[in-house]
Design a binder for this molecule. Structure first.
Ligand code: G3P
Ligand code: MG
Length: 239
């Protein structure tokens, strides 16, 4: 039987304690006792999946311009903070497997690249998690990407990602046989949490950095939390 879903997920690798979406961040999460990490995946100009959050390079690297206009080799030569480089998706996946980390792969397609990104991630994740004791969880704000992931990699789990959850969320959730509902912690309402509980759907909220807020959300029925402050939750990080 698969282990229970994690309660704590290190956001963008190591949250704000390491350069985001880097292998150093993923290693830090494991060192601090986290058993789950989330990271964002986007395609380079030549179609290679890499870990990065923004469509442009300026905020998190010393590069310039759109990720989708930059070839993989040029992306990998950039500094993504503290001397770390942008990881290839394959490297992050292998590291998660090696460290025994549950992986939440967020498909983050650059504009116009939904199908290519979802197809590439679905195909590679199928290979990389073949024979894994615990399948990866694919999430996205892009519902078309999730539809493609469901079609191409039904054995992977899917999390439907929203900022505010729309009232009709169960329709799409059922259509792609999703496992989890993900949303902004500041926008979740009790009616949605009651509905999710009635449907036995685990709700994961981002980004929760305050222990009192986490306790309150948990009382209200939230199952899992993405955090940037791994240091504040290391006592229960393994849950
Ligand atoms: O998947 C949860 C969270 O990562 C979604 O927001 O913008 O940090 O990717 P963002
Ligand atoms: Mg993300």
């Amino acid at each position: 039987m698969a282990p229970p879903l994690p309660r704590w997920i290190a956001h963008r690798g190591g949250g704000t304690l390491a350069p985001e979406n880097t292998l150093a961040g993923i290693r830090l999460a494991a060192r601090l006792g986290f058993r789950a990490v989330e990271f964002d995946v986007m395609l380079s100009a030549d179609g290679a999946p890499v870990l990065i959050h923004d469509e442009t390079l300026e905020r998190t690297t010393n590069g310039h311009g759109p990720v989708s206009a930059t070839p993989e080799a040029a992306l990998l030569a950039l500094d993504a903070g503290g001397g770390e480089r942008i990881p290839r998706f394959i490297e992050a996946a292998r590291l998660c497997r090696q460290l025994g980390l549950f992986a939440n792969i967020e498909i983050k397609p650059a504009t116009g690249l939904t199908a290519a990104t979802a197809e590439t991630v679905s195909r590679l994740a199928t290979e990389l998690w073949q024979d894994a004791p615990e399948q990866a969880l694919i999430s996205s704000f892009d519902l078309e990407a999730l539809t493609i992931a469901h079609r191409l990699a039904p054995q992977l789990r899917r999390g439907v990602l929203y900022e505010a959850v729309p009232d009709d969320w169960p329709d799409f959730f059922r259509a792609i046989a999703a496992t989890t509902l993900h949303c902004d912690a500041t926008l979740i309402d009790d009616a949605t949490l009651r509905q999710a509980a009635a449907l036995a759907v685990p709700v994961f909220c981002y980004t929760v950095d305050d222990p009192a807020a986490a306790a309150d959300l948990r009382r209200r029925g939230v199952s899992g939390f993405f955090t940037d402050r791994l240091d504040r939750f290391s006592g229960e990080a393994g849950l």
